[in-house]
Design a protein around this ligand. Structure first.
Ligand code: ADP
Ligand code: ADP
Ligand code: ZN
Length: 214
């Protein structure tokens, strides 16, 4: 099963992708996570993308397309994958279609997560992640059971993203509205677009997505 989780920054794509990954044994492919790992490693790709990401703009399509194509070819994607944060522009969506034909694969569902602009700003502002295992949390909406201790791995170090600040959020929302939102019509025309209420509680969103993907 191959899925696309589609929605604005802070919609809950990463949160839900991790749950689906565990429930269905398919892998989360987050282009944002891959790019952050590249930036942290100081690789050539990392150097090219770091400033763009910190400004809230989009990384050039060709870099992203090559990165995701290589990732899909890895063995752990055989059982299926969840695209989180890709495609983000019409050229990326078109390149994905060509890539899937070449690889004899298809996307089963595109799930759009709808959320209000204000909720996005609040969600991004309170987002933090376990440095040990990558589990995602929120200051108000998804606190660890024991303050300062990761529920999943027991780690006590957490990180906040450099781009999760008020200024960058505005650029990211602008990039989303101008370049990413139009892709929903692209998938609607193909008849594969489904939507869930991203404003609902985390468990309820998971329930709605599972109902769609079966
Ligand atoms: P995205 O990957 O779409 O940018 P995340 O999954 O990282 O979004 O979620 C953004 C923040 O909002 C995180 O801190 C997460 O804990 C929180 N969050 C995710 N889904 C919900 C929800 N349905 N209700 C409230 N908070 C949520
Ligand atoms: P969010 O969780 O807010 O949706 P991501 O983690 O998906 O954000 O992406 C963080 C940043 O990485 C983006 O603001 C952009 O600079 C870059 N990025 C991630 N995915 C893509 C993509 N498919 N195309 C272009 N840039 C991307
Ligand atoms: Zn952890």
């Amino acid at each position: 099963m191959n899925l696309i989780l589609f929605g604005p920054p802070g919609a809950g794509k990463g949160t839900q992708a991790k749950r689906l990954q565990d429930a269905y044994g398919i892998v989360q492919l987050s282009t944002g996570d891959m790019l952050r790992a590249a930036a942290a490693s100081g690789s050539e790709l990392g150097k090219q993308v770091k400033d763009i990401m910190e400004s809230g703009g989009l990384v050039p399509d060709d870099l992203i397309i090559n990165m995701i194509s290589a990732r899909i070819d890895e063995k752990d994607c055989e059982k299926g994958f969840i695209l989180d944060g890709f495609p983000r522009t019409t050229p990326q969506a078109e390149a994905l279609d060509r890539m899937l034909i070449e690889k004899s694969l298809k996307i089963d569902n595109v799930v759009e997560m709808k959320v209000d602009d204000e909720a996005m700003v609040e969600r991004i502002g309170g987002r933090f992640t376990c440095a040990g295992c990558g589990a995602g949390y929120h200051d108000s909406f998804q606190k660890p059971q024991k303050t300062g201790v990761c529920d999943t791995c027991g780690g006590t170090e957490f990180t906040r993203r450099a781009d999760d600040n008020a200024d960058t959020v505005r650029s990211r929302l602008k990039a989303y509205n101008e370049q990413t939102a139009p892709i929903s019509a692209y998938y609607a025309e193909k008849g594969v677009l489904k939507s869930v209420d991203g404003m609902a509680a985390i468990d309820e969103v998971t329930r709605q997505i599972k109902k769609i993907v079966g």
